[in-house]
Design a protein around this ligand. Structure first.
Ligand code: MEV
Length: 442
């Protein structure tokens, strides 16, 4: 077992690399060379990445792809996606093209409210803390004025603060439950700063409030933090067309397709095992755009999955129907996104992504991201209910297998040709490549 190391963060980047290379790798030079091969030659750019986090020793690349032809509310977008899974960008592009010819995607922001809470313990009379809160409420706003001034200029700020009594669930537990409008910022820093000021106001004002006993004045703040559950920061995305217009190369019978598609969605609505995979497919699209635009995909993931369980059972995020010969497919999801602040202007590719999207507002980005998720789910369900998922997936995965087998560019072209009419599996590719190499040798 390796020994613990003290003061690691104080070491230089080279020293950190030396330490891990000699501690964990049989071939230390090889490990070092892999890490260094991902450094950027542009020193300023590398330094920027080094300074995003602590102990940076290299960069971890993900492919940055684009899916064109997204018609969203009548405007055309090319959507940037950062993702490693072979078939995701191809699926998004295919869906975009399919719906481009059928009226495009419609998207609408329903609400934009974000939430933060101060969790505290008050060991005393609940009526007294309620009275204290009512009489002190204006001070929570007043004492955060320096923090909220800029946000207010942009049309945002603190919307409301409520006292919530949670003592039935946990002895002495209360919350300041605050709602915020953060306009084009995701707002995490703004919200957390306001909450920490609320916590300080709460404790200080309690000390001077005559209506509380000495022991009641001693409020214990446990923590102050935003919630990544944002059910009131909602966006809806939708597609619809006449069932007969669903006809396509691999949708020969549109009525049958639409019915099977709706069944597939119903299954995900009632069966959690399926719902998780169904929603994972949606997140393939969502995370890729969230990441490419410098937003926090962990926050989005946490919030979206909580929303998928809002009725007590984990369920599908998307829904589908056929009414009067019209097929409709839609989704409503919570998304807290920003187009200013955070990594959005700091990471050159995030900045470029936002420019590619024609500098959207946060609301517009919510619509784009929701559409990417809906498109991804449409592509997955379309494959699953027609050809099966493996055909398209393996087609895209072929290149990964060929790369694993060190195929040359010439071999790759021949293999791509060969597998246009043959079923792809790891074994089949191995065999075909071996045959090709033998044929050339002979
Ligand atoms: C794979 O990443 C995503 C799918 O499994 C989604 C689904 O099953 O709906 C294809």
């Amino acid at each position: 077992m390796s020994k613990p190391i003290a003061g690691f963060s104080k070491l230089s980047k080279s020293e950190k690399i030396d330490w891990i290379a000699t501690t964990y790798f049989q071939d230390a030079e090889n490990a070092k060379s892999i890490l260094k091969s991902y450094w950027n030659d542009d020193e300023k750019l590398q330094q920027l990445h080094d300074e995003f986090i602590e102990n940076t020793i290299s960069n971890f690349y993900l492919p940055f792809g684009i899916a064109p032809n997204f018609d969203i509310n009548g405007k055309l977008y090319t959507i940037p996606m950062a993702i490693e899974e072979s078939s995701v960008v191809a699926a998004a592009s295919k869906s975009a093209k399919f719906w481009l010819d059928r009226g495009g995607f419609k998207a609408e922001v329903i609400s934009t409210t974000k939430i933060g809470q101060v969790h505290f313990i008050f060991d005393g009379d609940s009526e007294k803390i309620e009275q204290f809160f009512e009489q002190t409420k204006s001070k929570f706003f007043a004492q955060t004025e320096s923090l909220t001034a800029n946000m207010q200029k942009r049309g945002g700020g603190i919307l409301d603060i409520k006292l919530v009594d949670k003592t039935k669930d946990l002895k002495g537990y209360y919350q300041l439950h605050a709602t915020f409008e953060t306009q084009n910022a995701m707002g995490a820093n703004f919200i957390n700063s306001c909450l920490e000021q609320f916590a300080s106001t709460l404790q200080t004002e309690a000390k001077y409030y005559d209506g509380l006993s000495e022991s009641e004045k001693n409020i214990q703040v446990v923590m102050s933090i935003l919630s990544n559950y944002v059910p009131d920061c909602l966006v809806k995305a939708e597609v619809s067309c006449k069932v007969e217009n669903l006809k396509d190369n691999d949708i020969k019978n549109p009525q049958e397709f639409a019915e099977k598609f709706v069944q597939a969605v119903r299954i995900a609505e009632i069966e959690p095992y399926r719902a998780v995979t169904h929603n994972k497919g949606i997140m393939n699209g969502i995370d890729a755009v969230v990441l490419a635009t410098g937003n926090d995909f962990r926050a989005v993931e946490a919030g979206v999955h909580a929303y998928a369980s809002k009725n007590g059972t984990y369920s599908s995020l998307t829904h589908a129907s056929i009414n009067n010969g019209v097929f409709k497919f839609w989704m409503e999801i919570p998304l807290a996104l920003g187009t200013v602040g955070g990594l959005t202007s700091l990471h050159p590719l995030a900045k470029l992504s936002l420019e590619l999207l024609q500098k959207p507002s946060a609301k517009e980005l919510m619509q784009i991201v929701a559409v990417a998720g809906l498109a991804q789910n449409f592509a997955a369900l379309r494959s699953l209910t027609t050809t099966g998922i493996q055909e398209g997936h393996m087609k895209m995965h072929l290149m990964n297998i060929l790369n694993q087998l060190d195929a040359t560019n010439d071999e790759k072209s021949k293999m791509i040709e060969h597998f246009k009419s043959n079923t792809i599996s790891h074994h089949a590719v191995e065999e075909a490549l071996r045959d090709l190499r033998l044929a050339i040798d002979n």
